[in-house]
Design a protein around this ligand. Sequence first.
Ligand SMILES: CC(C)(COP(=O)(O)OP(=O)(O)OC[C@H]1O[C@@H](n2cnc3c(N)ncnc32)[C@H](O)[C@@H]1OP(=O)(O)O)[C@@H](O)C(=O)NCCC(=O)NCCS
Length: 209
Amino acid sequence: MNKNDYAIRLEEKNDYRAVENLVREAFWNIYKPGCSEHYVMHVLRDDPAFISELDFVMEQDGRLIGQNMFMKTIIEADDGRVIDVLTMGPIGITPDLKRQGYGKALLDYSLEKAAKKGFGAVLFEGNIDFYGKSGFTYAREFGIRYHDLPEDADSSFFLCKELIPGYLDDVTGVYQTPQGYYVKDEDVEEFDKGFPAKEKLKLPGQIFG
Ligand SMILES: CC(C)(COP(=O)(O)OP(=O)(O)OC[C@H]1O[C@@H](n2cnc3c(N)ncnc32)[C@H](O)[C@@H]1OP(=O)(O)O)[C@@H](O)C(=O)NCCC(=O)NCCS
């Protein structure tokens, strides 16, 4: 990868199907047999919390190779305030180009755009090994808790980055995942029938059965 061999732009309506297929390819058999992220993004684009000005695709030689999107959500602060924040994802890179720096380039570009739009912080579930390189740390270090997670449970999957330094300084509270991310297995199954057949495999390392 070099800095000039890709372009990042906003997703357009006529990209939707191709981007869903890209996401399906990127996530297939990674976290569970098959995946649901292509359907999740299909649903999220119609959600009022969806931010179309932060819905990016990455291209190389006219081919879609990556995507990333953001949604508005909130922290219910312990002092009663409602703090507006962002959540992010799905983010995906086409399988043959993973681990070559494209994901980080896309992530950093999108975070910079989100910061320029004045958003204060981004929180989501992810792997610190990847996101840590772009300035994310554990959300618990900011005093933010993940909804419905028992206090003694491992929360190292729950990450946060301030886009405005100090945005969460006087905030502790509970982060809420936007409802749009929760989809029904049967709806995913039905939606997936519209894509080329792919084999679902049970593989080591998948975190969901
Ligand atoms: C996660 C994803 C977007 C990362 O994009 P990428 O282009 O593969 O990652 P990059 O090459 O930019 O990674 C930069 C660094 O992050 C770390 N990293 C990237 N992916 C990682 C992973 N799956 N596990 C651990 N560390 C990872 C590595 O340290 C990597 O540097 P290295 O390859 O020199 O070791 C991409 O691999 C992908 O689409 N994965 C499947 C879908 C997915 O899991 N999305 C994220 C859901 S939270």
